[in-house]
Design a protein around this ligand. Structure first.
Ligand SMILES: NC(=O)c1ccc[n+]([C@@H]2O[C@H](COP(=O)([O-])OP(=O)(O)OC[C@H]3O[C@@H](n4cnc5c(N)ncnc54)[C@H](OP(=O)(O)O)[C@@H]3O)[C@@H](O)[C@H]2O)c1
Length: 266
C-alpha cells in the first residue's frame, strides 16, 4: 500500500457501485487524499481499491459494513480511528429506495431504509464534525435526491428520507460555514445505476431520462468544492424545485406518483 503524506482521509459510503463508485474514481484521479471505501460487498470494494491504488498511487482502504445495522456508524468511525486515519471528507452516498405501495412494503425493508438513508447518515455527520472543527477544515457531501423536493406515492418512505437529507444538509451547511466546513446536499435525478433494479423501478417514465453516474459525480464534487449548499444535477432536473412551487402540493404529489408508476404494475 503506498505511503500517505497525511492521515486525512475521504470516506465514501456505498462505493461498491453506481454514484459512489463514480465519486471514488473521480476523487482518486483528482485528489491525492487517502480514500476509505465502504459498503457491504467486500470483494467489489477490494477490486476497486486495488485498481485505484495502482492507477493513482494513493492509499485506498476498504471497510465492509452493513450500515443498516444500528450502531454501524460508530463502528465505522472507530475502525477508521484504529487505522490511524482522520475523516476530512465524508460522503454519505449509500442508500436505497423501493417502488411500491407503502402497505405492501415489508416492515424490515422500511426500517432498513430509514436506518441507512437517515440514521447512519446523521450519526456519521455527528461523529466527524468535532474533528473537523478542531482542524478548522472538512467537507461533507450528503446524497439526497430530486425526490427530496416532493412527496411521491409509491416512493412514500424513500422520498421522505430524501426530504430529511435535503433539509438537514441545507441547515448544516449554514451552521458549519463559519467553521470553514463545506457541506453540500446533492440531488440527482434518475441516474443509470443498480438503484432501479433494487427499487423495482423498471418500466417507469423516469427510466427514459437517466443521467450517468459519472456526470452526477462530477457535478457533485464541483458543487462541494464551490461551497454550494444544494446542487440539483442534470440539466432537465435543475428547474424542478422552482416548477414545483408553481403547482398546488396535492397536484404535484399525484403527478409524481404517475411518473414512477410501472407500465405493467400488478
Ligand atoms: N440512481 C438514481 O436514480 C438516484 C437518484 C437520486 C438519488 N440517488 C441516491 O444515490 C445514492 C447512490 O445510489 P446509486 O444510484 O448509486 O445506487 P446503487 O448503484 O444501488 O448504489 C448503492 C450503494 O449503497 C450501498 N449500500 C446499500 N445498502 C447498504 C447497506 N445496508 N450498508 C452499506 N452500504 C449499502 C451499495 O453497496 P452494497 O450493496 O455493496 O452494500 C451500493 O454501493 C443513494 O443514496 C440513492 O438514494 C440515486
Amino acid at each position: 500500500m503506498p505511503a500517505s503524506t497525511s492521515n486525512l482521509a475521504t470516506i465514501i459510503t456505498g462505493a461498491s457501485s453506481g454514484i459512489g463508485e463514480a465519486l471514488a474514481r473521480r476523487l482518486a484521479a483528482e485528489e491525492k487524499q487517502t480514500l476509505i471505501l465502504v459498503a457491504r460487498r467486500a470483494e467489489k470494494l477490494a477490486a476497486l481499491a486495488e485498481e485505484l491504488q495502482k492507477a493513482h498511487g494513493l492509499r485506498v482502504d476498504v471497510i465492509a459494513l452493513d450500515l443498516e445495522k444500528p450502531g454501524a456508524a460508530q463502528e465505522l468511525v472507530d475502525e477508521v480511528a484504529v487505522r490511524g486515519l482522520a475523516i476530512d471528507t465524508l460522503i454519505n452516498n449509500a442508500g436505497f429506495g423501493i417502488n411500491d405501495l407503502f402497505i405492501d412494503m415489508p416492515l424490515e425493508r422500511i426500517q432498513g431504509m430509514v436506518q441507512l438513508n437517515i440514521v447512519a447518515l446523521t450519526e456519521l455527520c455527528h461523529a466527524v464534525l468535532p474533528g473537523m472543527h478542531a482542524r478548522q477544515q472538512g467537507r461533507i457531501m450528503n446524497i439526497a435526491s430530486v425526490a427530496g423536493f416532493q412527496a411521491c406515492p409509491r416512493f412514500a418512505v424513500y422520498a421522505a428520507t430524501k426530504s430529511f437529507v435535503l433539509n438537514f444538509t441545507e441547515a448544516l451547511a449554514v451552521e458549519e460555514r463559519k467553521h470553514g466546513i463545506l457541506v453540500t446536499a446533492v440531488c440527482p435525478g434518475a441516474t443509470k445505476t443498480a438503484f432501479h433494479d433494487i427499487a423495482g423501478n423498471h418500466g417507469t417514465f423516469v427510466e427514459k431520462i437517466m443521467d450517468s453516474p459519472e456526470t452526477v459525480a462530477a457535478s457533485a464534487i464541483n458543487a462541494l468544492n464551490a461551497g454550494k449548499a444544494v446542487i440539483v444535477t442534470g440539466l432537465l432536473n435543475k428547474p424542478l424545485p422552482f416548477l414545483l412551487r408553481l403547482f398546488p402540493r396535492g397536484i404535484a404529489t399525484v403527478v409524481a406518483g404517475i411518473l414512477v408508476q410501472r407500465e405493467k404494475a400488478a
